[in-house]
Design a protein around this ligand. Structure first.
Ligand code: S3P
Length: 463
């Protein structure tokens, strides 16, 4: 995919459903009694992998547009999959489903793509083993493929070394099948969708935040069943982040991003934008299905550098690629630290962000747990190596909108992992701008989608 710069993005966009919440609705709905109806479900490849896994375990899951109906069979209603569970590129599917599989009376194997199978799974194998589960890394390298066999689970208190919602959720889900209470303390609070949603499904779960430190604990008590319900998934703030950045960086822009989840454990990007001098207004704040939502109004702003560190990191971990792009365009220096988790995401994001920003002419110094970005120099078009990381592809598509010359995003089809309509949404803004300024505007990009043997290929057309 190739893009060039543009000015004057104006209009509104409704962001697709939240990825983390979409995964959880399908998982919890499958092990709940009765029907769970999910509106605004994210049809990204990761969430479709979750659906596929539960269908393989006998759950009837039907789709009509962006509404999914899960016919849950209760806590003990899953059946043995006849084949390996394919988790694709999805770390959330892998880690959360492992907690559920650890509590089953059947054996299962799960595996994903090359990136997924190189991500650390010891972080879930260790606590699950402490609970009495039998989970092993088939290649004995601490990664998937994983083999899970029947164990007798008992509740534990787990002091997690990382602030990770995937680890926390894995242990809590295994706790649904354990004797006694299960609790997880993490060094600082990571996204709490599991805690909020399990409570909505009828689980007995409570949370405490240690006021003398940053630690947070979630405690689950045994329950007999979860119960299906109707859920409307809020727009994904991690996807909204690209349009927030576009609205701030592209000259003469004003964008309204509708129905976006602003759960405080996810909304760190809004605080960073504020610290950088962004003009952002939250409108129409409300609560739906237990989650906080708002419309976000963004106007072009002169940004300045900031420091992003400490407790806020888990609340914006997936947004660091786009924060880095904003930092490259901001006056002064931005320091990102305490973000060593970036090294074990879909790619080593400290490397992929640094390499691609340098290719665009920005001065960046990678560190063990973050980076130092000297902003303010104009970006220049470049070839972006996404290494199949969806968030790198989208973050650098936004960088391309303010860079001189053409930017080529390699393997841009990886965007489908979390935001299949991303380019279409950007295109709507472009078309709108062309109507306003028919002669001045050059098309910033053009894509032709071709269906080939079930795979969607993006062909680039120069304009
Ligand atoms: C997620 C948690 C985060 C995040 C990931 C989704 C989740 O990972 O990066 O994209 O849905 O629980 P960690 O929990 O490993 O930080």
């Amino acid at each position: 995919m190739e893009l060039t710069n543009i000015t004057g993005l104006k209009g509104e966009v409704t962001i697709p459903g939240d990825k983390s919440i979409s995964h959880r609705c399908v998982m919890f709905g499958s092990i709940a009694k009765g029907i769970t109806e999910i509106h605004n479900f994210l049809e990204g490849a990761d969430c479709l992998a979750t659906i596929d896994c539960f269908r393989k375990m006998g759950i009837d899951i039907r789709q009509s547009g962006d509404t999914i109906t899960v016919h849950g069979k209760g806590l003990h209603g899953l059946s043995a999959p006849s084949e390996i569970l394919d988790v694709g590129n999805s770390g959330t599917t892998t880690r959360l489903i492992s907690g559920i599989l650890a509590g089953q009376s059947f054996d299962s194997k799960l595996s994903g793509d090359e990136s997924l199978n190189s991500r650390p799974m010891k972080r879930i194998i260790e606590p699950l083993t402490l609970m009495g589960a039998n989970v092993s890394s088939i290649l004995r390298n601490g990664c998937a493929p994983l083999y899970i066999t029947k164990g007798n689970l008992h509740g534990i208190h787990y002091e997690s070394p990382v602030a990770s919602a995937q680890v926390k959720s894995c242990v809590l889900l295994a706790g649904l099948y354990a004797d006694g209470e299960t609790s997880v303390t993490e060094p600082s609070l990571s996204r709490n969708h599991t805690e909020l949603m399990l409570a909505e499904f009828g689980a007995d779960i409570s949370t405490t935040h240690d006021l003398s430190s940053t630690k947070a604990t979630a405690l689950l008590r045994p329950c007999k069943e979860l119960y299906g319900r109707t859920i409307t998934v809020p727009g994904d703030i991690s996807s909204a982040a690209y349009f927030i950045a576009a609205g701030l960086l592209v000259p003469n822009s004003e964008i309204l991003i509708k129905n976006t989840g602003i759960n405080p454990t996810r909304a760190g990007i809004l605080k960073v934008c504020e610290d950088m001098g962004a003009d952002i207004t939250l409108l129409n704040e409300r609560i739906e299905s237990g989650e906080k939502i708002a419309d976000i109004l963004v106007r072009t702003s002169r940004l300045h550098g900031t420091t992003v560190e400490g407790d806020i990191i888990p609340t914006l971990i997936d947004e660091i690629p786009i924060i880095a792009v904003m930092a490259a365009c901001a006056e002064g220096t931005t320091i990102i630290r305490d973000a060593q988790e970036l090294r074990v995401k879909e790619t080593d994001r400290i490397e992929t962000i640094t390499d691609n920003l340098i290719a665009m002419g920005c001065s960046v110094l990678p560190t063990e747990d973050g980076m130092v970005i000297k902003g303010g120099e104009p970006l220049k078009g470049a070839t972006i190596h996404t290494l199949l990381d969806h968030r790198i592809a989208m973050a650098f598509s936004i960088a391309a909108l303010v860079a001189d010359g053409r930017t080529k995003i390699l393997d841009s089809h990886c965007i489908d992992v979390s935001y299949p309509g991303f380019m279409m949404h950007l295109n709507i803004f472009y078309k709108k701008q062309r109507q306003l300024h028919p002669t001045k505007t050059k098309c910033p990009f053009s894509i032709l989608y071709i269906l080939f043997d079930g795979y969607r290929l993006n062909l680039m057309i120069s304009v």
